[in-house]
Structures are given as C-alpha cells and as structure tokens.
Write a protein that binds this ligand. Structure first.
Ligand code: ADP
Ligand code: UDP
Length: 291
C-alpha cells in the first residue's frame, strides 16, 4: 500500500515470479533491479510541455533520519529481512565500505544474556522460543550503544521486529530511519542457510578434543568448546519455523508501514553474497566514505 493514490494510467508493476514462494515477496518489486519497492511516481514535464508520470530517481543522500538522540544527531538505517536472509553478512560489508556502525539487536540481546543482567533469563527464553523481547529492553540496549559510539551513522539490524517496537523506538528516541533495507528471500533458502550456520563437522569436534588432550585440559575446556561450537540456540528447525511465523505476522507489517512512506529499499537476497552486495552498494553510494 502507498499513501499516495496510484494514478489510473500509471504503469503497473508485474507480478512476482512464481518461483519465489516467500509470502512477503508477493509485494510490488522492480524486476530489473530488485531494489525499489513501492516506486514513487512523480509528475514531470514531458515533450511539448505535457505532464507525464515517471519513476522518481533517488540520487541525493536522504537525510530524513537526522534527528536527536540526546544532543547527538544520527543517521539510522533499519536492516530488515527474515531470519537467515543475510542481514548480518551484508552489514559487515556496509561497515567496511561505508563507515556505518553495525548494531545487531539480536547480538545486543545475546550480550545482555552473557552479562548476567537481571533480564538475562527472560531474554534467553524469548530467543529460544523465537519470540520478540519487550521493546523497552531492546530499545534501551540500542540507545546505550548509539550514545556510547562516536559514529553518527548506524545500521540497526533485526529491529524493529513488530509495530510496537517501531512505534516505541520512534517515540523514545525521536529517530526515524533514513530508509529501510529489506532483504527478500524465500523461506526455503533461509532455512537452508540457518541450518548451515549451525553445522559443525564431526572432524572439528575430534580436532578440538585432540587439542584439549594436548594441553591437558579436557575436563573443563572440551565441554565449553562444545557449547561454543553448538552455535545459536535458535538455529534449530523447530525455532526456525517459529521465527518465520513471527516474521510474517509481526515484522512484515513494519516493512509495509515504511513502504507506505516510500522508505523501503528491497534487495533480492537469494543471490550469492557478492551479487547481493553489488545491489547494496548502489543504495549506499550517497554515503560513500570520502577518500
Ligand atoms: N547471499 C547469500 N548466499 C548464501 N549464503 C548466505 C548469503 N548471505 C548470507 N549467507 C549465509 O547464511 C547464513 C545466515 O546469514 P546471516 O547474515 O547471519 O543472516 P541474518 O543476519 O539475516 O540472520 C550465514 O551462514 C551466512 O554465511
Ligand atoms: O529486536 C529484536 C531482535 C531480536 N530479537 C530476538 O532475537 C532472536 C534472534 O534475532 P537475530 O536478529 O539475531 O537473528 P535472525 O533471526 O534475524 O537471524 C529473535 O528471534 C528474537 O527472539 C528480539 O526479540 N528483538
């Protein structure tokens, strides 16, 4: 949906190809770039002074997000997409090339568990169940991280995850994002990636056990290594399915909200990592670091 009514004579976006089964991919998309979603139509003067509808070209740096965080002005980009769509992977690339600071809401929550905070057990249980942690907890962590960091450009990865997260963040911080980077990928592909993220070969366990024997600390070190090698507690098929459901029911409405404001930049995340980054680079070009 868009908050501007589409003129009757405007060209309609073609339907999404049937090969992409993700429910959130049944949205408008530019098949040539896979980037713009809810492309804005502007009235332009055509030949002989006629008024025509043409897609708006976003060439200038968007500065919508320059709002206040205490007395600090920041630019925020929300990075959203299903679990395993590649948000973290591409955020690392963006950090390297465009000087943003990456704040993964999930990583901040996992760090909070490890810190032994009073919310730790509650957060851990929510993550194991694929549920969304209460807004005030996540927002406090994000806000603290932004205040602590000297940078003024932030990628907020994996947040907001529902409408309540979104409204609370905007109310508390008075920040609205410059844009939302949306990684679109089928559930089938995301499931494959998430299961792969947790995969550790038998050989690795044998190697680690051998190393522990060598340094004579098997008793204490090996169980710890096993816990680390296990990967994320939520990358198992049961929790993955729950996370997909939460994404469709709770997180997609956030993307739709920003799409109605023409702030969503959609990426075809099913492509190989370097190809996805080519599309990401085109979007971040206005933020290129001065050399
Ligand atoms: N475009 C891609 N093609 C194939 N594998 C990918 C791609 N992007 C990420 N991955 C892999 O998929 C897994 C999940 O990626 P990650 O960036 O952690 O996703 P998210 O942060 O969205 O959960 C990781 O193992 C990562 O290496
Ligand atoms: O703003 C957030 C971000 C994450 N989570 C929790 O942390 C889990 C993992 O999120 P993350 O973004 O790390 O991983 P993703 O599932 O996107 O790969 C989610 O399933 C939620 O339980 C949350 O509650 N709020």
């Amino acid at each position: 949906a868009t908050d501007r009514p589409t003129p009757q004579h405007a060209p309609r976006a073609p339907p999404t190809p049937p090969c992409d089964p993700s429910p959130w991919s049944r949205r408008r998309a530019d098949p040539s770039t896979g980037i713009r979603f809810g492309a804005q139509l502007v009235r332009r003067r055509g030949a002989m002074g006629t008024v025509v509808d043409a897609p708006a070209v976003v060439t200038e740096k968007e500065v919508v997000a320059e709002n206040m965080l205490g007395d600090k002005k920041v630019t925020v980009v929300f990075v959203l997409g299903g679990p395993g769509s590649g948000k973290g992977t591409q955020c690392s690339n963006i950090v390297e090339h465009f000087g943003f600071t990456h704040l993964s809401a999930g990583d901040l929550l996992r760090a909070e568990i490890k810190s032994g905070s009073e919310n730790g057990t509650m957060i851990e249980n929510m993550i194991k169940e694929g549920k969304i942690v209460p807004s005030e907890v996540t927002i406090k962590l994000l806000q603290q991280a932004m205040i602590k960091n000297e940078n003024d450009k932030f990628l907020i990865d994996g947040f907001p995850r529902n409408e309540e997260n979104r409204a609370a963040f905007e109310n508390v911080t008075k920040i609205s994002p410059a844009f939302v980077l949306f990684f679109n990928c089928s559930e089938e592909e995301m499931e494959r990636r998430l299961l792969g993220r947790n995969e550790v070969s038998f050989f690795t366990y044998v190697l680690m056990f051998g190393l522990c024997i060598l340094i004579k600390t098997t008793l204490f070190l090996f169980p710890t290594i096993c816990i680390i090698l296990q990967g994320r507690v939520d990358d198992n098929i049961e929790t993955i399915r729950k996370r997909f459901k939460v994404f469709v029911e709770s997180s997609l409405p956030v993307i739709e909200y920003y799409d109605a404001k023409d702030k969503v930049k959609k990426i075809d995340a099913a492509k190989p990592i370097p190809e996805v980054f080519e599309d990401v680079k085109a979007i971040f070009a206005p933020y290129a670091k001065a050399t």
